[in-house]
Write a protein that binds this ligand. Structure first.
Ligand code: S3P
Length: 163
């Protein structure tokens, strides 16, 4: 079964998945390729609901694959996805605090995240507070990533579950 990295935008899911395995997959990248456009443009043209349906379909198709998967930060929103995640081999929550994540998102020059563009800081913080519980509830491992490099985080995951 698949091993999934979950967490809010900016928590390092894609970077860490690629450190954990050269064969790791990234849901946003797969979807953007399928859409033939960026996730942000897809949101603009088809809306969030359509994006969420595509995420669910993709997660269901990858659930029995045998490698690491970087998910999108909003995957946790849908009950169907939370149900699917219960079947995963591991679900690792990359935990941080809102201010750290917000600074990282602000400093990311390639940041093309629709929710970051369309939400105020307060709205994003509310979203973070609401999702935090959902991430914790489905996680088989919660890892505090604060003050750690991506390499250190990947090493900690390897020690805890990949060995
Ligand atoms: C989203 C997070 C994004 C992407 C989309 C929606 C969210 O992924 O799936 O923009 O709802 O938090 P990252 O967590 O990789 O930024």
């Amino acid at each position: 079964m698949v091993k999934v990295l979950i967490g809010f935008m900016g928590s390092g899911k894609s970077t860490i998945a690629s450190l954990l395995s050269a064969k790791s997959r990234d849901m946003d990248l797969i979807l953007a390729e399928e859409f033939g456009m960026s996730v942000s443009n897809f949101f603009d043209q088809h809306g969030e609901e359509a994006f969420r349906s595509c995420e669910t379909r993709l997660l269901a198709s990858l659930i029995s694959s045998e490698d690491w998967l970087a998910s999108g930060g909003g995957l946790i929103e849908k009950e169907d996805n939370r149900y699917l995640l219960k079947q995963a081999e591991e679900v690792v929550y990359l935990m941080s605090d809102f201010d750290t994540l917000y600074q990282r998102l602000k400093n990311d020059r390639q940041n093309d995240r629709p929710l970051f563009k369309n939400h105020s800081k307060t709205d994003l913080e509310n979203l973070f507070q609401r999702r935090k519980r959902l991430y914790q509830d489905v996680a088989t491992l919660t890892l505090d990533t604060r003050g750690k490099t991506p390499e250190e985080i990947a090493e900690e995951i390897r020690q805890k579950i990949d060995r």
